[in-house]
Design a protein around this ligand. Structure first.
Ligand SMILES: [Zn+2]
Length: 182
């Protein structure tokens, strides 16, 4: 991340950068998260830190307004890994997934960028591949009804599952099952 990008995040109070870096203000001795609503400091007084620890070690105190001391440090890689793990475990349940992402503490937009940087695909693409894998497994290894499989991999009904499956594999689920059933 460039200093320009960090400065832009600070001047726009962009909360999607919270936890990614901190800024400290020489004139006040305080460090903040990017989204802090305090008056935007002068650029020449600002220093950037990757972690709250680094800011503290440099002698800055946490801000009482944005509570920069309460934010854990989440390196981007760690965030991406947690997101992936969450998708692996909860790709069938959108509400659980959404909640899990909220708990990771970065905005969805920022999360999407971090994930793409780390894995070269979007969250959505990754989720699709997980659902497809699971659907293929259930079709070939079980006798579950196709409609039940549709629900269990996270689709709201048969027709959305059907068109998803066909566009990904080139054949409808029933044909896939016939061809690959073990
Ligand atoms: Zn602050």
């Amino acid at each position: 991340m460039t200093q320009e990008e960090m400065w832009r995040a600070v001047s726009e109070n962009d909360e999607s950068y919270d936890g990614i870096f901190f800024y400290a203000v020489n004139s006040t001795g305080i460090y903040c998260r990017p989204s802090c609503k305090s008056k935007t400091p002068k650029r020449e007084n600002v220093r950037f830190f990757n972690t709250a620890d680094e800011a503290r070690n440099a002698g800055f105190r946490p801000c009482k307004r944005c509570r920069s001391d309460l934010l854990d440090y989440h390196p981007m890689k760690e965030i991406a890994e947690k997101a992936k793990q969450l998708l692996d475990e909860c790709f069938k349940e959108r509400s659980v997934l959404r909640q899990g992402f909220t708990q990771l503490g970065v905005s969805q937009r920022r999360m999407a960028e971090i994930f793409k940087d780390e894995y070269g695909m979007t969250l959505h693409e990754y989720m699709k591949s997980r659902r497809l894998e699971e659907a293929m497994r259930l079709l070939t290894e079980t006798d579950e009804d196709i409609v039940d499989i549709a629900y269990s991999v996270g689709f709201g009904g048969l027709s959305s599952f059907y068109s998803f499956f066909k566009s990904e594999t080139g054949m409808p689920p029933s044909a896939y099952r016939k061809e690959h059933r073990k």
